[in-house]
Ligand binder design. Structure first.
Ligand code: HEC
Ligand code: HEC
Ligand code: HEC
Ligand code: HEC
Length: 435
């Protein structure tokens, strides 16, 4: 009986294209030796970038000094965290599993080596996987052998996005709920390319691309959008993670659909939803963005994605069964489109196409919802960096364009003072300064 149930689950998973294993399981598959095991001065604990080694070798120093992941556990000791945990009735935040799952490398006790310390926060092995099987061999071995030995493929945008999103959006196995938000946790927002380069302990050079393949920020932006949409659909489709009592999990919805002043009278139509006023909307920011990625990959698919987005929103006004049916079909399609995106080399012309597509959407009022506008700004930044990388901008043009992008960032700085009109103007100005 039990076996038949599991067979059914496995079959369902295969049909849906659901990953067989959650990221947290892959990361915890091998023993974690602790940051101290990587941080020796002749290993990744050098004080300067190495001239000889293929990698920087000062990764530990960069992580410790600049990377907020190193302080993620310390954050749980703050008064802010203690207050959140208290409101949720969790006891001390630094002992609550739900907090530690994202603010530390919370692998089971049996998977912790002698030098492992939970206080190290989101340490090396929280992203690179337990080092036990490969620590002794990884310097001499080639990259493929290291991956085979269990090193997590952080260079792969599909795998990396699943890893980052498991903490930066919350996933079925590391869930952040509206109740946690209600207790005061900051709203989460993530964009793969932008976040990959905020505090890096790595560089991409010829040697990197020889070892790990081509790096393309626009591709990673695109893949990241698809992954975030898939991740959200997975939570929605999960009867345990996606639903509480009579309500679906509110964290999946557009926060500002509910959290806005009643005096605003700010409702207006959005082509991407086709919904009337007064409807709680799913947060579709990543679906909206992925449509603009597809504009450069496959124009027909971009149209289909818009149609899917509308069908999903409409289904939420009917019932749960229809919502699930559309969500499943969309998820399958997204997996295919994500593969097509990963295989795309975005030529310089396509960058203008992406920007043009964003501006056209803005003119139609599609960025009425703050969450999508926030993603659009990070998208513009990735495209601008790609313009620079492709050599399409001289120094003066690059400086002028970056000033306009900074002005665009300023329009999303405060979600409570969000103005679609100001955002649209700033986006238009950025487009005008682009090649
Ligand atoms: C185990 C959970 C976890 C994983 C996996 C993870 N992060 Fe984080 N990340 C966090 C937490 C928690 C913070 C906030 C730390 C703090 O301030 O206490 C954070 C903060 C950050 C910040 C700083 C944000 C800011 O506002 O400055 C960046 C950038 C970031 N993460 C990027 C990434 C990327 C890229 C990945 C994937 C390669 C990733 N993270 C994977 C948990 C995680
Ligand atoms: C699904 C993963 C996840 C869970 C669960 C989670 N956090 Fe976080 N938390 C994050 C990430 C990611 C950030 C950083 C957000 C950013 O800057 O983009 C963060 C930020 C914070 C911050 C703000 C830090 C700062 O530097 O401003 C506090 C405080 C916090 N978390 C406390 C908690 C507490 C307490 C719990 C348990 C009740 C908890 N978190 C559970 C992922 C999580
Ligand atoms: C939040 C996730 C995260 C944490 C924590 C983290 N890394 Fe990384 N690491 C990455 C990502 C993303 C890359 C870049 C993609 C790639 O090449 O794999 C990377 C790349 C690397 C590289 C390879 C660079 C190259 O040129 O190939 C080394 C070495 C490395 N990290 C070591 C460390 C060490 C040591 C620590 C702990 C002190 C650490 N990392 C902590 C995510 C992380
Ligand atoms: C369906 C409507 C709805 C959506 C969508 C929604 N919320 Fe809420 N939110 C509420 C309600 C209802 C409360 C509870 C108010 C109370 O306890 O009196 C609340 C409370 C909160 C609070 C506590 C406010 C306070 O005064 O203490 C925060 C913070 C919060 N939500 C953040 C968010 C974030 C972030 C999102 C999006 C990820 C979100 N909410 C999405 C309805 C919603």
């Amino acid at each position: 009986m039990k076996q038949t149930f599991w067979m059914g689950m496995v079959l369902a998973a295969a049909v849906l294209g659901v990953r067989a294993e959650a990221v947290s399981t892959t990361i915890a598959a091998h023993k974690h030796l602790g940051v101290a095991s990587c941080a020796n001065s002749v290993c990744h604990g050098a004080t300067e970038v190495s001239a000889k080694a293929k990698v920087q070798m000062n990764e530990f120093a960069v992580w410790q000094e600049f990377d907020p992941h190193a302080k993620a556990y310390q954050t749980l000791l703050t008064a802010e965290s203690q207050a959140i945990a208290k409101k949720l009735g969790l006891g001390p935040a630094e002992q609550a599993g739900v907090c530690l799952d994202c603010h530390a490398d919370n692998v089971p006790a049996a998977q912790r080596g002698e030098k492992f310390q939970i206080e190290d926060g989101v340490g090396c092995e929280a992203c690179h996987g337990g080092a036990d099987p490969w620590i002794a061999s990884h310097v001499e071995a080639g990259h493929a052998d290291n991956l085979a030995a269990g090193l997590f493929p952080t260079e792969d945008p599909v795998q990396r996005s699943a890893l980052c999103l498991s903490c930066h959006a919350g996933s079925r196995d590391r869930m952040i709920t509206h109740r946690i938000m209600g207790a005061g946790h900051p709203r989460l927002s993530f964009e793969l390319d932008t976040f990959t380069w905020l505090h890096p302990h790595y560089t991409v050079d010829d040697d990197y691309e020889q070892r790990k393949g081509r790096y393309d920020g626009v591709r990673d932006w695109g893949v990241g959008q698809a992954s975030a949409a898939i991740n959200a659909l997975d939570v929605l489709l999960d009867p345990k993670a996606g639903w509480h009592g009579i309500f679906p999990e509110l964290v999946l919805f557009d926060c500002h659909a509910c959290h806005r002043p009643m005096s605003g009278k700010a409702w207006g139509p959005r082509q991407g939803t086709g919904l009337g006023p007064g409807v709680v909307r799913l947060n579709d920011a990543n679906l909206v963005m992925f449509r603009h990625v597809l504009a450069a990959v496959d124009a027909g698919a971009a149209k289909q994605a818009l149609d899917f987005n509308r069908r999903l929103h409409q289904a939420t006004t009917v019932d749960r069964d229809q919502t699930f049916a559309v969500a499943r079909a969309l998820r399958e399609q997204l997996v295919r489109w994500r593969e097509a995106t990963r295989a795309t080399e975005f030529p310089a012309e396509s960058l203008g196409l992406v920007l043009g597509s964003l501006v056209a959407d803005a003119e139609r009022g599609e960025f009425r919802d703050y969450a999508a506008a926030e993603q659009a700004v990070m998208a513009v930044q990735s495209v601008v960096v790609a313009f620079e990388g492709a050599g399409l901008l001289d120094d003066t043009a690059a400086k002028r364009l970056q000033e306009r992008v900074d002005a665009l960032y300023a329009t999303i700085e405060n979600d409570e003072r969000w103005s679609m009109t100001k955002f649209t103007e700033a986006l238009r100005a950025a487009r005008a300064a682009a090649p």
